[in-house]
Design a protein around this ligand. Structure first.
Ligand code: ADP
Ligand code: MG
Length: 298
């Protein structure tokens, strides 16, 4: 079927969400050209395999939304080189809620910035939904980010001269939505973070928690597949932090979006599916919260 549709192995693999080498292996194993029914059967088998308990075989396939292999990132100053990331290997599934924890300076922000393509890496590979982010041009990476990623920062990073609704509609306008559509969707998003009544307020007329909820609305308004949050509750008191977190968790459940959240707060970590621990630029441990199992990372 893929031959008839003129698809390369890579394209077919990407369109059905399986690794190209696995697809090649399965196709070759069948020896004869595949009929449509066979092809559908093949894909179903691959999916069943993927979804079954025997997950390890497919763990590195593109249904992993984030895949980092052997990533190194250095910061060079005149006097010294900081090894901010060293041999980072990481795999995150669609819809997963992941916390990244570790002492200050261990590389958490660098991890987020490189995985999201905001920053270059020195060595290694990063795939987002099977796309080789490290190989895209700057322009393509920017476009990819605008369409597929949302960002939430500790300091909210709202534009002070814009109202809440204007801040939220920025990503929509940047990715080409019409003014009316952008306004309507921004208001809907503000509704979901319970701030539609503050739509005309500027950031300095809002509390910290309200500003962060505007920032969350801005991060989510484009319906990104991945949301990166760098200490989103770092500037909030504990009650407000809880509120913001509850909101993030609720949105994650509703939309099956992937969230990667850097945090110092062990309370936050325990709400996630998985905690990744970093030290000195390396991933030193991963803990699946639900099963409670702990693995040293290799
Ligand atoms: N732009 C930069 N120039 C030089 N060193 C940097 C830069 N950004 C971060 N670093 C260094 O890289 C290391 C990791 O920083 P960072 O990723 O910000 O850690 P974290 O977010 O865990 O606190 C630290 O030693 C930090 O000082
Ligand atoms: Mg940081």
């Amino acid at each position: 079927m893929r031959h008839r549709r003129g698809l390369s192995l890579q394209e077919a693999a990407r369109s059905v969400g399986v690794p190209a080498d696995q697809l090649a292996g399965l196709e070759n194993a069948d020896h004869a050209p595949l009929s449509d029914a066979d092809y559908v059967g093949l894909v179903l088998r691959v999916y069943t395999d993927y979804l079954s308990l025997n997950g390890s075989r497919w763990e590195t396939g593109p249904t992993r939304i984030v895949e980092a292999r052997g990533v190194y990132k250095n910061y060079r100053t005149e006097e010294l080189t900081v090894h901010a990331l060293e041999d980072v290997n990481l795999s995150i599934g669609r819809g997963e809620l992941v916390a990244v924890m570790g002492p200050s300076g261990c590389g958490k922000t660098t991890l987020l910035n490189t995985l999201s393509g905001l920053d270059d890496i020195d060595l290694g590979e990063i795939f987002i939904a099977g796309e080789p982010l490290h190989a895209l041009s700057d322009a393509h990476r920017t476009e990819y980010r605008a369409h597929h990623m949302g960002f939430i920062f500790q300091s909210f990073n709202l534009m002070p001269v814009l109202s809440a609704v204007e801040n939220v509609e920025l990503p929509l306008l940047a990715s080409g939505a019409g003014v009316k559509v952008a306004r309507r969707r921004a208001l809907e998003m503000l509704q979901r973070v319970h701030l539609v009544n503050k739509a005309d307020h500027r950031p300095n007329q809002l509390s910290g928690g309200q500003q962060q909820r505007v920032a969350i609305a801005r991060a989510l308004v484009n319906e990104p597949a991945i949301v990166w949050a760098d200490e989103p509750t770092g500037n909030l008191d504990s009650d407000t932090s809880q509120e913001v977190l509850d909101l993030l968790l609720q949105l994650n459940r509703e939309n099956a979006q992937t969230f990667v959240v850097v945090t110092h707060d062990p309370g936050v970590g325990s709400l996630m599916d998985r905690v990744i621990r970093m030290k000195d630029g390396r991933i030193v441990g991963q803990q699946a919260i639900n099963s409670g199992e702990t693995n040293a990372h290799t």
